[in-house]
Design a protein around this ligand. Sequence first.
Ligand SMILES: [Zn+2]
Length: 118
Amino acid sequence: MHELSICQATLKQILDIGQSYPNHVVSCITLKIGPLSGVEPFLLEQAFPLASINTIAENAELIIEHLPVKILCLQCDTESKTPPNRLLCQKCGAWQTKLISGDEMLLASLEFQELTIE
Ligand SMILES: [Zn+2]
């Protein structure tokens, strides 16, 4: 499953950051996903609990935010937001456009919680 390997890569990034916070667990993870990233947020939500078992992110809440698709027109140099299936300049209608956002998946934020020693 594609989403599981993405989860594992993201988790590795999270665990690397987590090394700077000893005695903390991850309480909340925010990911930003563009519609052209090829990542299905629903599948990612399903894969995450499996990928995170026995890690400091095991009980973290996963929040997924959706990024807009933005293009830059190569004809008139205008930036526009477009639907993911219609990458046309919203000003002049040209199809010669460059994607500037919408195909990425970003780790937007992480929240850590200190472990309480009982
Ligand atoms: Zn244009």
